[in-house]
Design a protein around this ligand. Structure first.
Ligand code: FAD
Length: 623
């Protein structure tokens, strides 16, 4: 039976990828349907209640710059905010918010509920309708069919999901939710390359049974960082601290005693897990010489006693879970509310996708999120936005768009996935981007909002806010580039006295701001130079653009050079080992991937711009 009229875009799955996909498609004005198992789980955080972090925070800002929901929901739900790498350069600084999972879910559900052009329907999708290698709709569990021009699959960890706790295992999409078996079986009949990955989560603890007084407190930053370009501190809830506990030798003994019942170590789990988020049993085996590992005790919200012990993700049997938790100082009497577990699931080789995230085999079918081999809410949300956008653009017969690697971390993520594929759950790091100085959290809007507006993703309010900010940045930069300070003026004397700087001759303020010890805030305290602008985001942007102008223009030149050489061919039998200056690791990567052009070589993860320059020099010498 066909239900109601047809849609332009159907999104299957209401996780982080599905949410951003459905919102993006609907924002562009096309009729969109989101189909998911359970409407109550929209906005659920399957694992830890935190958004952002290094590399991931960058993705969240980019999603936000293009009108997405994740950053705004984080501002509404964040109970502890931090800027990671605050003492390092702006390129690697990243925002992280510990979220109240109930508030986060409420924010996402409200945003979805208020989105024009978006309908939501609760039903698992069991099959795809395909005609002449083109998807034309879906069929759900109760045999309802929906027609659509495009379909976006964002089924997360649910496809043939298998949950493991010790040697026990059962089917499930995540704890408490059913897996998606019928759809998984149908997808296996199509010409996709499908493999298995796994991920895990720790037991959740009852905060009332923890002795917080003996744990190390970790307060958030004050004033709190703000995630969204449209966010503010008034929307942020009450802030609370996280704490740090530690494993000890006794903990490690308990873990070892359970290894003969570990699904990971007895071969029950085939899927490969996230390298950078290993289970505690993995850590104990891999770093056998370490006496202790940190465990971040993260409250799950303001109205729940549940605590997420970040660092002891495990699929060991439940008796071992209780034992290992209770060996830790402060957790001697801790009670587990939900057991830890690992989950294995199907993922689709992302090399079978175009840059738009459309399948190369079935027209109109897009994939986004964990199903493409990634891990993390942010990676999922980023792909969701691009897949939802491109699904919509296709229905409007418009050209697909995906940001380039030098435009966005989202570009890096998608390019890595579709050119390299992945053997383990892929997560974002700043080190994956070769143009880190350009791809900062602070300028995601400058990089992406105008393009997103052109594509129909950005509403009038965000656009006006962005334009006001840009104007203020330009005006302030102009003011500083024409304001002169002389050593004997009142401002000059105050500067020397208040900041300990020396000044032999008159200088423009923007030149002064380039000095390593001077900040915008320090300069604006001086009468005759300040007070400057109030808006923190504007002040920060002015400071970064002026301070790093030299590096930024060098990076832009590099990109330009690379673009000119993008199509330069590499000989088929190129002997990379004979090129002096290339490290063994880089030689190996080049030999494995056998890139045909310099452009392709440059996109192999770990191939640095310096290595590309060496290849270029080598080619020039040969010609
Ligand atoms: P999900 O959030 O899994 O959402 C999938 C959605 O699709 C759900 O709403 C589901 O109901 C729906 N769905 C599935 N099949 C169908 C169907 N046939 N029809 C309709 N709807 C369907 N991330 C980290 O960064 N670090 C970690 O350590 C980590 N550990 C994790 C541990 C566990 C146990 C789990 C389950 C996840 C973990 N994650 C971790 C991953 C994180 O939860 C995911 O990366 C993120 O949620 C992926 O988002 P997604 O939208 O792709 O999928």
């Amino acid at each position: 039976m066909f239900y109601q009229d047809s849609y332009e875009v159907i999104v299957v799955g209401g996780g982080h990828a599905g949410t951003e996909a459905a919102l993006a498609a609907a924002r562009t004005g096309v009729k969109t349907l989101l189909l998911t198992h359970n409407v109550d789980t929209l906005g659920n955080m399957s694992c830890n209640p935190a958004i952002g972090g290094i590399g991931k925070g960058h993705l969240v800002k980019e999603i936000d710059a293009m009108g997405g929901a994740m950053a705004l929901a984080s501002d509404e739900a964040g109970i502890q905010f931090r800027t990671l790498n605050a003492r390092k350069g702006p390129a690697v600084q990243a925002t992280r918010a510990q979220a109240d999972r109930i508030l986060y879910k409420a924010a996402i559900q409200r945003i979805l509920g208020n989105q024009p052009n978006l309908e939501i329907f609760q039903q698992p999708v069991d099959d795809l309708l395909i005609e002449n290698d083109r998807v034309v709709g879906v069929t759900t569990q109760m045999n309802l069919s929906f027609r659509a021009k495009t379909v976006v699959i964002t089924a997360g960890t649910f496809l043939s999901g298998k949950i493991h706790i010790g040697l026990e295992n059962y089917t499930g999409g995540r704890a408490g939710d059913p897996s998606s078996e019928t759809l998984a079986a149908k997808l296996h009949d199509l010409p996709f390359r499908i493999e298995r990955l796994k991920t895990g989560t720790p037991p959740r603890l009852d905060g009332r049974t923890i002795d917080w007084s003996v744990l190390e407190e970790q307060a958030g930053d004050f004033p709190t960082p703000i995630f969204s370009y449209l966010g503010n501190r008034e929307m942020q809830p009450k802030q609370i601290s996280c704490f740090i506990a530690r494993t000890n030798l006794q903990t490690h003994d308990v873990i070892r005693s359970g290894m003969d019942r570990s699904p990971l170590y007895t071969g029950k789990i085939d899927g490969i897990g996230p390298r950078y988020c290993p289970s505690v049993e993995d850590k104990i085996m891999r770093f056998a010489d370490k006496d202790s590992h940190q465990v971040f005790m993260e409250p799950e919200g303001l109205t729940t006693h549940e605590v997420y012990p970040n660092g002891i993700s495990t699929s060991l049997p439940f008796d071992i879970q209780i034992g290992l938790v209770r060996t830790m100082k402060g957790l001697e009497n801790a009670r587990i509310i939900r057991p830890g577990y690992a989950i294995e699931y199907d993922f689709f080789d992302p090399r079978d996708l175009k840059a738009s995230l459309e399948s190369k085999f079935i027209a109109g079918l897009f994939f986004a999120g964990q199903v493409n081999g990634t891990t993390g809410y942010e990676e999922a949300g980023a792909q969701g936005l691009i897949a939802g956008l491109n699904a919509s653009l296709q229905t409007q017969e418009k050209e697909a768009w995906t940001p380039r690697r030098d435009e966005a971390y989202i570009g890096v993520l998608i390019d890595d996935l579709i050119t390299l594929g992945t053997k383990e759950p892929y997560r974002m790091f700043t080190s994956r981007a070769e143009y880190r100085l350009l791809l900062r959290e602070d300028n995601a809007d400058i990089r992406l909002t105008a393009k997103a507006r052109e594509l129909g993703l950005v509403d009038d309010h965000r656009w006006a806010t962005f334009q006001t900010k840009l104007e203020s940045v330009e005006l302030e930069k102009q003011r500083l580039s024409t304001l002169m300070v002389t050593p004997h003026s009142d401002a000059g004397k105050a500067l020397i006295e208040q900041t300990g700087q020396t000044m032999s001759k008159e200088q423009l303020v923007d030149q002064l701001l380039r000095r390593p010890d001077l900040t915008y805030a320090k300069l604006m305290k001086i009468d005759g130079i300040g007070p400057g602008v109030d808006d923190e985001m504007v002040a920060n942007q002015v400071q970064t653009q002026i301070k790093y102008a030299g590096y930024i223009s060098r990076q832009l030149e590099e990109i330009e050079k690379l673009r000119r050489n993008e199509e330069t061919k590499l000989p088929e039998q190129m002997d990379f080992a004979s090129i002096s200056g290339l490290s063994n690791e880089i030689v190996q990567k080049l030999q494995n991937h056998k890139p045909e052009t310099l452009g392709q070589a440059s996109r192999i993860s770990g191939i640095t711009p310096a290595a590309i320059s060496l290849l270029l020099v080598h080619l020039k010498k040969r010609s």
